[in-house]
Design a protein around this ligand. Structure first.
Ligand SMILES: NC(=O)C1=CN([C@@H]2O[C@H](COP(=O)(O)OP(=O)(O)OC[C@H]3O[C@@H](n4cnc5c(N)ncnc54)[C@H](OP(=O)(O)O)[C@@H]3O)[C@@H](O)[C@H]2O)C=CC1
Ligand SMILES: O=C(O)CCC(=O)C(=O)O
Ligand SMILES: [Mg+2]
Length: 745
């Protein structure tokens, strides 16, 4: 690869997007190569990240570079142009499954130490921990977030509205959150007066000093927060909510984000499971301890451990677990046919996607009997849970949203430089003993923030850099100016962290010409109400939010407006000048892989990839003064519009056009657009034969693509599919493959 050649880095990730890439990337390359644009790959899948972490365990030919670290460095360079597909943020159970698959494939990785004791085990565990949870996004997102539905997509949704279930004012569904003892209520926050190095330490009531984090380097004007969740308050809260659900006869459902909040939320999740099955956990406490059961990783962890017991003993435990259900409410199900509950695995129910799905379903979730029912959605942390209750209230009063008429709510989200919760993982601790948790200046000994905590409380520190906040305000103003939409900063003056942000937002707004712009600051609940009042009148409102609400709102509104967040344009203008173009705002759709392996149908919609590629090309065109890149971007957008108009997106049903078929149509329309344009005759001539051959063979290609469906497909692995098998499954049309090869020359 010449260093002069403009390059787009396309990430290889996991699950459905990885499968889709096997089909789409050859098409992308066929179109970009004639314009002199190189498309490089960077494999940041969980499998590649694991392998990259343990080079010494692998033979020479098995070793892979640490792509994530390389890509992280790239985001700091002004010429970065990265297309980032969603990746698995792995739970412990997923990580263990991935390790097992790799070991079975001959990679001599060490076993995952579930309960590390020796120094060696602890060191291995620390390395594996780097691969758990949201390990990619905080590293790559060196910019704030701009997520919106492009005009064509919104228009399409208005003309082709997805199904929205009805909302009844009599619905008993609601959100339950803590009213004291959670992160919101105990938060302290401050803006630094200068750069400082601090430590996090616990002074126990028994007189010990435990240094939990020896050094955190903080920058001048950075906002830091110290907050804790009381274990006692959390357990009481769960007990009360479980009992309330039982008494009132609604289903119980827990919604957390154990993937992104990889340290705190598995603990929060585990407490709920143990309280729900309290009697069985008390009775078998010793046995569970011996087995090393850890339901922070879900009930699946317990079931797996029980497999090692003699059958009589196992049956007894299972009977006792079942008996708990007598005195407990029904649990919402992930898969009622298979008996998989919300407690099975902490990565099955992820709040950003799970709450919108429930609201779209008229406030209902699936029950154990396979019926949709009203539900108590339990989200312990009140900070953000309240927005969902506000939306539910609104739906009960006004009925379901109407995708035909509703306005749009784009988001400008603060996330750069590991803002807020993103950077908190290595500063989150389960408190071992009662005491005082201090953040102390290393040089002066000054205690900056102090909390009284008890054993089992979760204490954490968050950081938000001044430069990131300043850039976020700028992005919000730019978006307001470019779109003509009002902006609401969702900030709560009663929350200490957000009070600090309000001061900075007001200050940095003065750096911009805001004449004629409508920019307001409102607490979350008011912001939601205000936005929804506009939404039902067809009015658009930009939400400018912190990191968690960025995540929540960019699934919530798109799922109401478009049926899915996969159709979002998701741009990260990198602070160093480059660009990262994410594909959609959703995840990696694990259920789609199952359908592919069972029925050879991939319902993944690559619209997010199409949109991302167009802005990536446009950016490349502008920054490199490359007219061909700009032309590719324009024609790709036109092709995507045509694809929407002609309804050539993938169908969820096996036997109909799927992901691969939609890629074919994109190629056809893109080639036709390029052949038809007159500003670059050479490129037109280059693509005319492809346009012709694809059009002539449309029926044949679609038949070839559809004919393979209905049978199981073997891709040679889940976390590390086998390249040749993946290729064969995802590129089954010889006619299409030949045509693409022809254009590549
Ligand atoms: N940017 C990133 O890296 C992100 C990664 N994740 C990770 O993804 C994994 C799965 O997360 P989960 O919470 O289940 O959320 P997902 O968004 O993956 O799945 C929820 C549902 O959304 C629908 N969906 C999402 N994307 C598409 C698409 N492109 N085409 C069609 N339908 C789509 C599917 O609905 P249906 O089943 O009805 O087809 C899917 O089942 C987790 O490991 C999570 O951590 C999550 C969010 C962002
Ligand atoms: O990083 C993650 O784990 C998920 C991110 C996510 O859901 C999002 O950015 O919308
Ligand atoms: Mg999300």
């Amino acid at each position: 690869m010449s260093t002069q050649q403009p390059t787009i880095i396309y990430t290889l990730t996991d699950e459905a997007p990885r499968l889709a890439t096997a089909s789409l990337l050859p098409i992308v390359r066929a179109f970009t190569a004639p314009a002199g644009i190189n498309v490089a790959e960077s494999d940041i899948s969980v499998a590649a990240r694991i392998l990259g972490e343990f080079p010494e365990a692998l033979s020479e030919d098995q070793r892979v570079p640490n792509n994530l670290a390389e890509l992280g460095k790239k985001t700091l360079q002004p010429d970065a142009n990265i297309i980032k597909l969603p990746n698995i943020s792995a739970s412990v159970a997923q990580l263990m499954a991935a390790i097992k698959e790799l070991q079975d494939k001959g990679y001599a990785l060490p076993d995952f130490p579930e309960d590390p004791k020796t120094d060696e085990e602890k060191a291995i565990r620390a390395r594996y921990n780097k691969c758990i949870g949201s390990a990619v996004n905080p590293v790559l997102r060196e910019g704030n977030s701009d997520r919106r539905a492009p005009k064509a997509v919104k228009e399409y949704a208005r003309k082709n509205p997805h199904h929205m279930a009805e909302w009844s004012p009599a619905s008993r569904s609601h959100v339950s959150h803590m009213h004291h003892g959670d992160f919101y209520h105990g938060e302290k926050s401050m803006t630094l007066d200068r750069a400082r190095d601090v430590k996090m330490e616990l002074l126990t009531n028994s007189g010990k000093t435990i240094v939990l984090k020896p050094k955190v380097s903080l920058k001048d004007r950075e906002v830091i927060d110290s907050m804790f969740m009381s274990k006692k308050a959390l357990l009481e809260f769960y007990e009360r909510q479980i009992e309330d659900a039982r008494k009132t006869g609604v289903m119980f459902s827990l919604h957390v984000k154990a993937t992104m909040m990889k340290v705190s939320h598995p603990i929060v999740f585990g407490h709920c499971v143990r309280i729900f099955y309290k009697d069985a956990f008390e009775k078998h406490a010793k046995l569970f301890e011996e087995l090393g059961v850890n339901v922070n990783n879900g009930m699946v962890n317990l079931y797996d451990k029980l497999e090692t017991l003699p059958s009589a003993q196992r049956e007894e435990v299972l009977r006792d677990l079942h008996a708990c259900h007598e005195n407990r409410p029904e649990l919402a199900m992930v898969d009622s046919a298979k008996g998989i509950t919300n407690f099975h695995s902490p990565n099955d129910v992820i709040v950003d996607a799970s709450m919108p799905a429930m609201i779209r379903n008229g406030g209902k979730m699936w029950g154990p009997d396979g019926r949709l029912k009203d539900v108590k959605a339990v989200m312990p942390e009140s900070t953000f849970a309240r927005i969902y209750q506000e939306m539910i209230n609104f739906c009960k009063w006004h009925g379901a949203f109407d995708p035909k008429t509703m306005g749009t709510v784009p988001n400008v989200g603060l996330m750069a430089q590991q803002a807020e919760e993103y950077g908190s993982h290595d500063k989150t601790f389960e408190i071992p003993e009662d005491g005082v948790a201090n953040i102390t200046d290393l040089a002066t000994g000054e205690v900056l923030m102090s909390q009284n905590v008890e054993a089992g409380d979760i204490w954490r520190m968050c950081q938000t850099k001044d430069a990131a906040i300043r850039d976020w305000v700028k992005l919000a103003v730019t978006r307001a100016r470019n779109s003509g939409m009002p902006v609401v900063f969702w900030l709560d003056q009663y929350r200490p962290h957000e009070r600090e942000l309000i001061t900075k937002v007001k200050m940095y707004l003065h750096e911009h010409d805001t004449t004629g712009l409508d920019i307001q600051i409102m607490s979350q609940v008011r912001a939601m109400r205000y936005t929804l009042e506009r939404v039902i009148r067809g009015l658009d409102t930009i939400s400018a939010t912190g990191n968690i609400l960025r995540d929540y709102l960019t699934d919530l509104f798109p799922i109401m407006e478009l049926g899915t967040s996969a159709k979002m344009l998701s741009i990260v203008p990198l602070m160093a000048g480059g660009g990262m173009y994410e594909t959609g705002a959703g995840g990696s759709a694990p259920k789609h892989v199952q359908q592919l392996t069972e029925e050879n149908h991939l319902r993944w919609d690559s619209l997010g990839e199409f949109l991302a590629l167009a802005v990536s090309l446009e950016d490349l065109g502008i920054k490199n003064n490359n007219p061909r890149a700009k032309l590719l971007a324009r024609t790709l957008d036109a092709a995507t519009g045509k694809l929407l108009d002609n309804n050539k997106g993938p169908s969820p049903k096996t036997g109909q056009l799927d992901n691969r078929g939609s890629h074919f149509y994109l190629a056809l329309y893109w080639a036709q657009e390029l052949a038809a344009q007159t500003e670059d005759k050479e490129l037109a001539a280059h693509f005319a034969p492809l346009a012709q051959v694809l059009a002539d063979n449309e029926q044949k290609i679609v038949e070839e693509l559809n004919a393979v469906q209905g049978q199981p497909a073997d891709i040679g692995g889940y976390y590390l599919p086998q390249a040749d098998k993946l290729d064969a499954v995802m590129r089954p049309s010889a006619t299409l493959n030949q045509a693409l090869q022809g254009v590549a020359g």
